[in-house]
Design a protein around this ligand. Structure first.
Ligand code: GLS
Length: 839
């Protein structure tokens, strides 16, 4: 006979655990508990941030059983793990996203409400981890989200910058940079793992020696050593058990004090060494595309790559793997060339430290690495002066010379006597100053090379990596970028998500292609009016935000025309401004003119050292100042520059947009990803045939896309013929008027010459062909204004845009990477046992 106690023991425990329970009651209790025991506060003295932290810990508790379960499931001999190496991860705030992925948004909202607080306010309290500049870093974040959603074993490796991308303030129309102290109040989402610290060597020299087996070997005697401490952040899959890891390395000194210096009384000298080491992960370089040839930047790249590769090898050996089979357990993706020193570092680790012979090591390296190129801009292609490179990484330079020697031998065999080709392909750029070409190192050392949109991948093959393509065409493929619908629709645009799910079910969240089913509602009056109402609500929210941030009052019924992205001449924010001035002039000349009322909204940061980009920000603000205060155009024209564009702000912007500005010079934008977020949320695009715009238009249908401007071919041809912007200036009175106004100080009262550098560049050089595209852009913008007057038709186009954006889910992109490049498959995760027994 069973005793009562034995019977009870056989039953699963019914009482909800405070760390895992999901009922509103338990959530409230856990929240109060964390406020008291973790934050050390009670309600009398708790700040909003204390409440945010208490909630963050409540949520973190509820994801730990997945995280530990995932680590256990993935650290197995036969599992292939994707290692995504990236100098940037622009994750955005975690709290809201984790609530969505855990599927506990509604319970938590109620629990917080019943605790007398507001969930939105707590979510808004989170300092976003701005560990990236723009599209490249944000892409890495979307890819981690999709890897987890698809249950693919993955680790993102990067740097734990103490200061992320600067906060932007606008003073007197100019950008001012403020240090981003994102760690100031602590980071509840990360867990330090000091026991997994690794050492990284720098500087010094090398020595040759013959080992016991009579083999020629090289030893690297470093000038200094640094340690990398990993900080792990969970990355949850959408409503599944997978929680992958983002592992970011912090640089520290091996010993906090140099005791010898300390004993000699040199206290400051001793502390100095520590600060010097910690410098490496201090700050993110705030340049989006052009490279910064600074030694510290190379140190950062090498530091996080070396830490990560040592970690990867350690994991591989831990599960009993053989180094010869590294590629069976590991796919290492290089997110641009920033981590490409990894090719030489893996060779060094294998050959010097693990005694693998060169040929085997090279095979392992090539089979393991793959490289994504993210830009065609020549000034962004990374190359390091040989002298700098050799003094920081003497052993790697030798290794690169040896890779190059063998590589050029192969080239010679395939193209005998073609010395021009050898020079073009060499990993070393010759000349008065020699350079290491990082894109060449990445291409030679990888088995796969891809661009990030169809057009971009074609241009890579044709121009930037042409010789590599001719040498190894089989390495090349395209992987058009994508963005995660969890953050960029569900979290940012909950009302739209609700309407979509109500209409077609919620399968779209995991399978964005299902949005196609919305097509049948495109002409449905009732649906259209709800669609419009949601857009209006989102616009009204943004209006309120604009008022709070800038004091400007804008009309939510005007057309919201938005350009948010990094400020760069090739992205042509100033072309947008040329149109605004054109409209302004028309209204001044003809006060009765009927136009579609518009609000032009800009957002974006300029690299602190990029003079022209900063002048463009000043230009936008100067034009805004004139236009917004002119009673003649009131109610018809408004210009807003919203400071400090970041992920959080993006989440407010995309849902409120009606027109998405994607107006880069054809052939310059590798892909763009903002373009995708806009259309998913129902904005129409005005754009050139550049980057992924081409594919967005293809999907949406050309009748639902506002196309203008020269094509890539036409840009090439025009430049080859000899482009003279002066002709366009002279031949177009409206354009000439705008340029003359800028030159004469109409928009810079008291500072007539302020915009001279911009004007000069435009009429004399105009590298990005603004003047050539001006007329086409103006006409297209006029068509937009016309089209907006027919709200029914506009709404139809808007619905069709959303309905047809399925292709641009990062889930689709990650599936392609898995199948074509990584050979990675989903792995089932069981929740860690502690929870199975109690849940
Ligand atoms: C970028 C490109 O400029 C973007 O077009 C692209 O969408 C993004 C992600 O692939 O990468 N390259 C870069 O250096 N910064 C970017 O945003």
């Amino acid at each position: 006979k069973k005793t009562a106690a034995a019977a009870a023991a056989a039953e699963p425990v019914q009482i909800e655990d405070d760390r895992t329970g999901l009922s509103v009651e338990t959530l409230k209790r856990a929240f109060a508990d964390n406020l008291f025991y973790i934050q050390g506060k009670n309600a009398d003295i708790a700040t909003l941030n204390d409440y945010y932290m208490a909630l963050a810990y409540t949520v973190r508790d509820r994801l730990l059983h997945r995280w530990l379960g995932t680590i256990k499931a993935q650290l197995k001999p036969k599992v292939k793990v994707v290692y995504y190496l990236s100098a940037e991860f622009l994750m955005g705030p975690h709290l809201g996203n984790n609530l969505i992925n855990l599927g506990i948004y509604d319970q938590v909202r109620q629990a917080i409400q019943e605790s007398g607080l507001n969930l939105d306010e707590l979510i808004a309290q989170e300092e976003e981890p701005g560990l990236g500049n723009g599209g490249l870093g944000r892409l890495a974040a979307c890819y981690l989200d999709s890897l987890a959603a698809l249950e693919i074993p993955a680790i993102g490796y990067g740097l734990r910058y103490e200061f992320g991308i600067f906060d932007q303030e606008i003073r007197d129309g100019w950008q001012v940079e403020i240090t981003d102290k994102w760690l100031r109040y602590g980071n509840p989402w990360e867990i330090a793992r000091p026991e997994a610290t690794v050492e990284v060597k720098l500087g010094g020299h090398t020595e040759a020696f013959v080992d016991g087996a009579g083999r020629y070997r090289v030893r690297w005697i470093p000038g200094r050593t640094i340690v990398g401490v990993p900080y792990d952040t969970p990355v949850l899959g959408f409503k599944n058990n997978t929680a992958n890891t983002l592992r970011l390395w912090k640089a520290e000194a091996p010993e906090s004090f140099d005791f010898q210096a300390f004993n000699l009384g040199d206290y400051y000298g001793a502390v100095n060494a520590k600060m010097y080491s910690e410098n490496i992960s201090k700050v993110l370089y705030p340049n989006d595309e052009p490279m910064q040839g600074r030694e510290l930047r190379l140190e950062q790249q090498f530091f996080f790559v070396s830490c990560s590769l040592q970690d990867i090898i350690r994991r591989h050996l831990y599960v009993g793997g053989k180094l010869e089979n590294l590629d069976k357990n590991a796919a290492i993706q290089l997110n641009d060339t920033h981590p490409s020193i990894g090719i030489a570092e893996l060779m060094r680790l294998l050959v010097d430290e693990h005694n693998v012979d060169w040929d085997t090591a090279w095979q392992i390296t090539q089979d393991t690495f793959a490289y994504t190129n993210h830009t065609l801009l020549p000034e962004a292609l990374e190359r390091w002066p040989l002298s700098l490179f050799g003094s920081l990484l003497p052993r790697h330079l030798e290794i690169i010379f040896e890779i190059n020697r063998r590589f050029l031998q192969e080239v010679s065999a395939k193209f005998p006597g073609d010395t021009g080709r050898l020079a073009r392909l060499s990993l070393i750029q010759e000349g008065p100053e020699k350079f290491v070409r990082m894109a060449h190192l990445a291409s030679a050392g990888s088995h796969a090379i891809n661009g990030v949109a169809a057009l971009h991948s074609e241009l890579l093959k044709r121009d930037v990596l042409r010789d590599f393509y001719e040498l190894s065409p089989e390495k090349f493929s395209n992987k058009t970028n994508g963005v995660t619908p969890r953050r960029w629709i569900m979290l940012s645009n909950p009302e739209l998500a609700f309407l979509i799910s109500e209409s077609i079910g919620d399968g779209w969240i995991k399978n964005l292609g299902e949005l196609r089913e919305l097509e049948r509602f495109a002409n449905d009056k009732e649906f259209q009016s709800r669609w419009r109402q949601i857009k209006l609500n989102n616009k009204t929210n943004l209006t309120e935000y604009i008022r709070k941030r800038t004091g400007l009052v804008v009309d939510p019924h005007s057309l919201f025309d938005i350009q948010v992205k990094r400020i760069h001449e090739y992205k042509r924010q100033h072309l947008n401004v040329l149109y605004i001035i054109t409209l302004y002039n028309r209204l001044k000349q003809n006060p009765e003119l009927e136009i579609t009322p518009r609000t032009f909204i800009f957002g974006g940061k300029a690299a602190p050292g990029y003079f022209m980009a900063k002048l463009i920000i000043k230009l936008i603000n100067s034009v805004a100042a004139v236009v917004n205060s002119d009673p003649d155009v009131r109610g018809r024209l408004k210009v807003v520059f919203l400071p400090d564009y970041n992920v959080t702000f993006g989440q407010r912007v995309y849902p409120a947009a009606e027109l998405s500005e994607q107006i880069s010079t054809a052939g310059k934008e590798a892909s763009g990803t903002g373009n995708m977020k806009f259309s998913m949320n129902g904005a129409l695009t005005i754009g050139t045939l550049d980057g992924a715009n081409v594919e967005i238009r293809e999907e949406a249908g050309e009748e639902n896309f506002f196309l203008f401007g020269l094509t890539t071919e036409e840009v090439y041809a025009l430049k080859a013929r000899g482009y003279n912007p002066w002709d366009y200036y002279n031949g177009n009175p409206a354009l000439r008027q705008v340029i003359d106004q800028l030159a004469s100080g109409v928009f810079s009262p008291g500072e007539a010459h302020l915009f001279e550098p911009l004007v000069d560049h435009l009429i004399h050089r105009d590298e990005y062909l603004l003047l050539a595209d001006y007329q086409s852009y103006v006409e297209c913008q006029d068509r937009v204004g016309e089209a907006y007057r027919d709200q029914e038709h506009w709404t139809r186009m808007s619905i069709l845009n959303s309905a047809r954006m399925g292709k641009f889910s990062s889930d689709r992109a990650i599936r392609e990477y898995c199948e074509d490049i990584w050979g990675a498959v989903a792995v089932d995760v069981a929740l860690e046992e502690y929870v199975q027994a109690t849940a």
